[in-house]
Ligand binder design. Structure first.
Ligand code: SF4
Length: 586
C-alpha cells in the first residue's frame, strides 16, 4: 500500500464494491461468510492490480486498491469517503452489479456522490436501467454521466468489456461488445488477495476459464453479454491463476464459465489441472455444465481427475414443452438419467437448477414433476427458481415489446420473486408454488433416499448432508434462496434501503436478538435431524447395496426408457436420438 516512503509520491485510491441486495424489510443481505465468490470482483481487481504494478498513472502515483464483497463485508461508507478524500484522488467502482443489486448499488452510489466522489458501475445488462441511473444522477431523463478518473493503459487486455468511460470519456447507457468480443488469451488474471477470498465459506476463489455459450435459452442474459462464441483462457493462464492462489493457500475454485462443457479449450485446461494435481496441488473445482456434457468424450472423467467434486447442471425442467418454449432445445430429457449416472460414476455431486412458472405450469403439474424427479432421477441437490424475465434476456425484451407488465422494483429480480404475469397461475399461487417446491423436495424421507443413493454410489454422505442442510434450510429458515445464502446473517440497522425510515435501536436490537436466537435454534434442529438420518443410513449395511428406480442405469433400448420420458412422450419433438414413441401414459 501507499507511498513506500518516497517523498513526493501520490496515491490514487480505488475502492471496488460488489453490492448485495435488500431483503423484504429493506436490510442489506449480508453474512459473516458468504458462499459464492464474485468473479467480477476478482476480474476487475486483477485489471487494476496490473495497472498498479505498471504505474500506469505515472511513476510518482501509487494505485491502492481495496475490494469488498458486500455479501460478506459491511462496507463502511464514511471511512471509505475519508480515505479517498485523504488520498486526494481515486474512485469507487461498483462491480458485478446484477439486476437485483441495482437499487443497492444506486443507494451506495448516492452516498458516495453526495461526498463528491466519482463512482462507476459495471455490468448492468438492462436497456432501461439508464433511466434509473439518470434519476440517481439527478438528471431529468436519458443519460447518466458518472465521472471517472483516467486509467490509460493496462498491462493485459481486458476481456470483459470494461467501459471506455474509465478512460475519461462519457458513460453510455448501453455497452454492446457482442460484435467485437476480445480474445481471452493473455487477459488479466482474476485473482483476489487471500484476505478477501477467505471471507467466502470454504475459501473458494473463482475464475472464468472461458466465456460464451452456443445455446439460446430465452431466459439467459449471459449470451447477450458474453456472446455465443467460445472464447477461452490458455492452459498457461489457468495454471498461473491456480499457482498464484495456491501460493496464498487457496486451492478451491468455482469455475464461472456459464457452460464449461462448451469451452472449446476444456481438454487442455483440464489436462493442465490434472498435471498440477499430480504435482501435489489439492485442487477442488465446482463446474457449471449442460445436460449433454456426458456426450463430450472424456469430459466427465477428466473433470473428476482435475478435482471437480460438484457440478451445477442447467436441468431447468423435465417437460419438453416447457424446455422448447424457452429454446432450451439442448435439454433432452431422455438423456438426463444417463448424464446424472455418468457424474455419479465419477463420484461427483450433482446440483441441478429447476425453473418454475413456464407457461403450461400449474401447481398440480409442478407437484407431479417434483415427485417424478424424486423417484426417477438421481439428483443430489435440486434448487428452484421462478422463471424471471431478467433484463438483458430475450424474454425481457419480448415482454417489453409486448408491453406486458413487469415488476418495476429491480430488487426483486433475484429469481425467487414473481416479476411478471403467468397465463394460468396468479402471482400468489406462483409464489406459493415456489415455496412449496422446496418443502416438497426436501422431505426427511427424500433426504434419506438421497443419502442411501450417495452411500450406494460411493459419494461422501457428509458432503451431501451438509449441502442438503443448506439447500433445505436457506429458504424456510433464512428466507433467502441458497444462492444468496451465507453463514450467520448480519443486519445493520443503519444500512436500510433508501426511502425507508431507520428503526429505533430500542425496537431493532431486541427484535434482532430474538430473530438471531430463533434462527440459530432452527439451524441446530435441522442439522441434528439430518445428521441423525445420515448416521442411520451409514450404519445400515443395506445402504451399500441400496437401489431404486433412479439408480437403474438408463440405456437407449425401448424397454429401458425412464417412466417419466414415457409420461412426456407426446411432448418430445421428433429429433435425432429421441426415444421411440409409445402412447403417452398420462
Ligand atoms: S445453456 Fe446456460 S449459459 Fe447457455 S444459453 Fe442456456 S442458460 Fe445461457
Amino acid at each position: 500500500m501507499g507511498h513506500g516512503g518516497h517523498m513526493g509520491k501520490r496515491t490514487f485510491k480505488v475502492v471496488l464494491i460488489k453490492p448485495s441486495h435488500y431483503d423484504a424489510e429493506g436490510y442489506v443481505i449480508q453474512w459473516w461468510r458468504s458462499t459464492i465468490p464474485s468473479n467480477s470482483l476478482a476480474s476487475v481487481y486483477g485489471l487494476l492490480d496490473g495497472c498498479a504494478q505498471d504505474h500506469v498513472l505515472g511513476p510518482d502515483v501509487d494505485i491502492e486498491i481495496d475490494a469488498y464483497d458486500e455479501c460478506n463485508t459491511i462496507v463502511d461508507v464514511k471511512t471509505t469517503i475519508r480515505e479517498i478524500t485523504a488520498a486526494g484522488s481515486g474512485f469507487v467502482g461498483l462491480v458485478g452489479v446484477q439486476s437485483n443489486q441495482f437499487p443497492r448499488a444506486l443507494d451506495l452510489g448516492r452516498r458516495f456522490r453526495a461526498a463528491n466522489l466519482p463512482v462507476g458501475h459495471r455490468r448492468v445488462p438492462c436497456q432501461r436501467l439508464h433511466r434509473y441511473a439518470a434519476r440517481f444522477a439527478g438528471r431529468p431523463s436519458g443519460r447518466a454521466r458518472p465521472r471517472h478518473h483516467a486509467v490509460r493503459r493496462r498491462r493485459r487486455r481486458s476481456h470483459d468489456g470494461t467501459p471506455a468511460c474509465i478512460n475519461g470519456g462519457a458513460a453510455k447507457p448501453i455497452y454492446n461488445y457482442l460484435g467485437d468480443l476480445p480474445d481471452m488469451a493473455a487477459a488479466a488474471l482474476p485473482v483476489l488477495p487471500r484476505r478477501i477470498v477467505t471471507r467466502v465459506a470454504g475459501h473458494y476463489a473463482s475464475f472464468d476459464a472461458g466465456r460464451g455459450c452456443p445455446f439460446q435459452c430465452s431466459f439467459c442474459t449471459i449470451i447477450n453479454v458474453q456472446g455465443r462464441k467460445s472464447r477461452y483462457r490458455t492452459p498457461d493462464d489457468v495454471e498461473a491463476i491456480v499457482r498464484v492462489n495456491a501460493a496464498q493457500g487457496v486451492t478451491r475454485f468455482f469455475v464461472t464459465d456459464d457452460n464449461f462443457a462448451r469451452n472449446r479449450n476444456w481438454e487442455p485446461i483440464l489436462d493442465r489441472l490434472i498435471m498440477l494435481r499430480d504435482q501435489g496441488l489439492k485442487i477442488r473445482l465446482i463446474l457449471q455444465v449442460d445436460t449433454l456434457c456426458h456426450r463430450v468424450p472424456g469430459f466427465i472423467e477428466k473433470a473428476a481427475r482435475a478435482g471437480c467434486n460438484a457440478v451445477f447442471i442447467g436441468l431447468e425442467n423435465i417437460n419438453p414443452e416447457s424446455l422448447m418454449g424457452t429454446k432450451k432445445r439442448q435439454n433432452k430429457i431422455w438423456e438426463y438419467r444417463e448424464m446424472l449416472h455418468a457424474w455419479r460414476d465419477a463420484q461427483v455431486m450433482t446440483w441441478a437448477g429447476y425453473i418454475l412458472g413456464f407457461p403450461t405450469d400449474t401447481p398440480e403439474s409442478i407437484a407431479r414433476d417434483i415427485e417424478i424427479i424424486k423417484r426417477e432421477l438421481p439428483i443430489d441437490i435440486l434448487e428452484f427458481f421462478c422463471l424471471t424475465p431478467l433484463p438483458g434476456s430475450e424474454d425481457h425484451k419480448n415482454l417489453h415489446a409486448r408491453r406486458v407488465q413487469m415488476d418495476p422494483d429491480m430488487n426483486k429480480y433475484d429469481l425467487e420473486h414473481v416479476c411478471t404475469a403467468h397465463p394460468i397461475m396468479s402471482k400468489e399461487t406462483w409464489t406459493q408454488v415456489y415455496r412449496d417446491a422446496w418443502s416438497r423436495y426436501y422431505t426427511d424421507a427424500h433426504v434419506e433416499t438421497i443419502l442411501r443413493r450417495a452411500v450406494a454410489s460411493g459419494l461422501s454422505p457428509k458432503k451431501i448432508v451438509d449441502a442438503l442442510t443448506v439447500f433445505s434450510g436457506a429458504t424456510w429458515i433464512e428466507g433467502v434462496h441458497p444462492l444468496q445464502f451465507g453463514f450467520v446473517r448480519r443486519k445493520i440497522r443503519t444500512q436500510r434501503r433508501h426511502g425507508l425510515r431507520l428503526e429505533s435501536p430500542l425496537v431493532f436490537y431486541p427484535r434482532r436478538a430474538v430473530e438471531f436466537a430463533t434462527v440459530a435454534l432452527r439451524w441446530i434442529r435441522l442439522m441434528r435431524r439430518y445428521r441423525m438420518i445420515m448416521r442411520k443410513v451409514v450404519a445400515d449395511a443395506a445402504s451399500r447395496t441400496y437401489t431404486d428406480e433412479a439408480l437403474v442405469v438408463a440405456t437407449h433400448s425401448e424397454e429401458a426408457v425412464c417412466d417419466f420420458v414415457q409420461t412426456f412422450a407426446d411432448k418430445i419433438p421428433k429429433t435425432y436420438g429421441a426415444p421411440p414413441r409409445r402412447v403417452a401414459v398420462r
